[in-house]
Design a protein around this ligand. Structure first.
Ligand code: IVH
Length: 677
């Protein structure tokens, strides 16, 4: 038998330890220390060693997230403490009643402190750790008995297979933790793309996708699904943690490596809870995942025990639900919009309906195939949905409401804006107008050019771009820099002040980073991410112009489709002319900061609230240019929280963790920069 060299054992152990740590930094603290490439290299090395030396198999190795052999059915297990549900409230008055009830049972007139949390729209699970190891996971089931889904839960990257040992406390003998498994909007989009490419039906919403993924008998399928988790409580525990409050429990979970939601706000009065509900409802569309309300929990655990539970739900907590994000309405008509790259998108005009507090009048139908698949006809009654900040869409047709008078929609044969013949390439779902001088495309190209991630020209909104194009004042995006202030003043809804502001904003946008410049050009397949990669690699426009397709293709993260699109774009004379006209008006591409200016090397920043003069993106760029990092959530690794007005829960987290909090002035001072003019 092959004897395993101690060097190999040591290397495997070191890699496992490092990868566990990097998983924690990446998935739980949102604060990675190594690049994705470095992480992949370590993972590959460990996989190779484990394959070569099967005796070193360890079920808790970071490589063991690919799933176990399929099951024929799930086993069930009784929860040692039932997993209850929550009572619901839909109005402020019901929350005030809840607080009154709590104080009545506790026979107190004193203010009660609550911890409030976003109510995540996923599935409840319970995980059991024994001596720091994940040994079981189950669904909520009927609350008493759940289904055993251990192999599936083990594939979720943000679930630690081993608890984090900080050395500060004993690892619990046994700990049952509860949390919500969900899929983010981005994960949902990718998953549905994948489903469609494999000719499988797409999921209706992220929650269904999460449910379908978690209840897979074959965990190797679950392993390919973008599931995530946030933990929000404990079941039974055999620990010496001596927890006194719910907030303390949550912080302990975070320390053990169990990810908690960054928007949790601890220790608030009932009035503050109601205010926070409004804030969360306003922010809801900006979050990268679905939440359907806010959970209000009495913070003090001994008060929780006194309040106890009914057979269905605890008396110490309540869910304050948001307005529904789905509604039914009628499709009045279907028309077609032409986008920046000439793609024709069918859009449903709906009987206006309030969905989740916002009026919805239109919904995207994506493309011809999607309309066919859902069989959406003019006159149909449909279920519409808003998810996150995306454009509303039609989920399905309510077939029982059909009268027989509905009309089938056909994609037009000509561009509705310029009239040229449209084309649908073989194997593509998109129908396109290929006339590059089509005014619809021009308008969209200019909107993209001035958008946030590109030239970021404040005041050059969609309506204004449309007017400027229609009036013949913009025939390409280069014309933006030649706009005449006097002529702008004469436009609809424009006065001398807004015209002056716009000219100033255009002037300000002229100093631009290379990556933003590249993104602004609107080259097909060059989104913000690819633009950053190209800018990083080629450093200047001249270098990129001189590069061959092969050289571009050789860059990591850039495929042949992108490379071809870039080369084709710069080959076209019209594009070269527009670019040279941009430079005629003193547009200047900023270069990377030099090494010696990296004053914030390795410092981790978190941004929150609105800064006086800087947008979040600008502050982020400045930090990164000076060698610092920006993280999305506050953790012990955070060096500074830059807080503007209306800072939100990150400020609470920073205070709780003793992170240094600075304002814009202090931040600029740190970079030795004056206040922007
Ligand atoms: S606490 C006994 N906190 O809501 C109360 N639940 O209707 C236990 N949920 O089954 C639940 N986010 O799936 C709690 N921050 C949160 C939550 C949350 C989502 C779900 C959970 C539970 C359901 C209760």
């Amino acid at each position: 038998m092959k004897q395993i060299d101690t060097d190999i054992v040591n290397r495997v152990n070191a890699l496992r330890k490092a990868l566990h740590r990097h998983n924690h930094l990446y998935y739980v603290l949102d604060n990675p220390e190594v690049s994705d490439a470095e992480y992949d290299r370590m993972m590959r090395e460990l996989t190779a060693l484990e394959e070569a030396w099967p005796k070193l198999y360890d079920p808790d190795s970071p490589t063991s997230r690919v799933g176990a052999p399929p099951l024929s059915e799930f086993e069930t297990i009784a929860h040692s403490i039932p997993m209850l549900s929550l009572g619901n409230a839909f109005a402020d008055s019901e929350i005030i009643d809840f607080d009154r009830r709590v104080r009545k049972i506790l026979r107190t007139v004193d203010k009660i402190l609550y911890t409030v949390e976003p109510k995540l729209d996923g599935l409840a699970v319970e995980l059991v750790y024994e001596n720091g190891k994940l040994i079981a996971a189950s669904t909520r089931g009927d609350g008493i008995n759940g289904e055993v889904i251990t192999a599936n839960v083990r594939t979720i990257r943000s679930v630690p297979l081993l608890l984090q040992d900080t050395g500060k406390r004993n690892i619990p003998l046994r700990l049952e933790v509860r949390g919500e498994v969900f899929i983010s909007h981005e994960g949902f989009r990718c998953l549905n793309e994948e489903q469609l490419s494999q000719k499988l039906p797409p999921f209706a919403n992220p929650r269904n996708a999460a449910a379908g993924s978690l209840r897979q008998l074959d965990s190797s399928i679950t392993a390919k699904r973008p599931l995530e988790i946030f933990f929000y409580g404990v079941g039974d525990e055999f620990t010496d943690l001596e927890l006194k409050s719910h907030w303390e429990t949550l912080q302990t979970l975070q320390e053990l490596g169990l990810r908690i939601n960054p928007l949790i706000r601890p220790e608030v009065t009932i009035e503050e809870a109601v205010d926070y509900y409004k804030e969360l409802e306003g922010k809801r569309h900006l979050l990268p995942y679905d939440i359907d309300g806010m959970v209000i929990k009495v913070d003090n655990l001994s008060l929780q025990a006194k309040l106890a539970t009914t057979s269905r739900s605890p008396r110490w907590a309540i869910a304050y639900k948001f307005k529904a994000m789905q509604e039914t309405t009628r499709v009045l008509n279907i028309d077609v919009q032409v986008g920046r790259t000439g793609v024709l998108t069918p859009v449903a005009h709906l009987q206006p309906v309030s969905v989740g507090g916002a009026m919805v009048k239109r919904a995207t139908l994506h493309n011809e195939d999607e309309i066919g698949r859902k069989d959406i006809r003019i006159g149909d009654t449909v279920l519409v949905q808003r998810a996150g900040d995306v454009i509303p869409e039609v989920v399905k047709v309510i077939e029982s409401k059909r009268t027989g008078l509905e009309k089938t929609f056909r994609m037009p044969l000509n561009c509705p804006v310029c009239g040229s013949t449209v084309i649908r390439a073989k194997g593509e779902t998109a129908t396109r107008c290929i006339n590059s001088t089509c005014l619809a495309q021009l308008k969209e190209r200019i909107k993209h050019f001035s958008s946030k991630g590109a030239f970021d020209i404040d005041g050059l909104g969609d309506k204004l771009v449309e007017q400027l194009v229609d009036k013949g004042m913009l025939a390409s995006y280069a014309d933006i820099f030649h706009l005449d202030e006097v002529k702008i003043q004469g436009l609809e809804r424009m006065g001398a002040i807004s015209a002056e502001k716009l000219v100033l904003a255009i002037e300000k946008s002229k100093n631009i980073k290379f990556s933003r410049f590249l993104y602004a050009l609107g080259i097909r397949h060059v989104g913000e991410h690819v633009a950053k990669i190209l800018a990083e690699e080629f450093k200047s426009l001249d270098n990129l112009l001189a590069a061959t397709k092969e050289q571009i293709e050789a860059v990591e993260g850039v495929g042949s489709v992108i490379a071809e699109s870039v080369v084709n774009f710069f080959k076209q004379n019209t594009n070269r002319e527009v670019i040279s006209r941009i430079f005629d008006s003193n547009v200047c591409i900023l270069f990377q900061t030099h090494e010696k200016e990296k004053t914030l090397e390795n410092k981790v920043f978190v941004l929150t609230g609105t800064l006086e003069d800087l947008t979040r993106d600008q502050a982020k760029e400045m930090i990164e240019a000076a060698g610092g990092k920006v993280s999305g959530s506050v953790s012990r690794k955070t060096d500074y929280l830059v807080a503007g007005s209306s800072p939100g829960s990150k400020l609470d987290m920073a205070k709780a963790l003793g992170v240094e909090i600075i304002d814009q002035a202090a931040f600029l001072k740190m970079l030795s920069l004056p206040k922007p003019q």
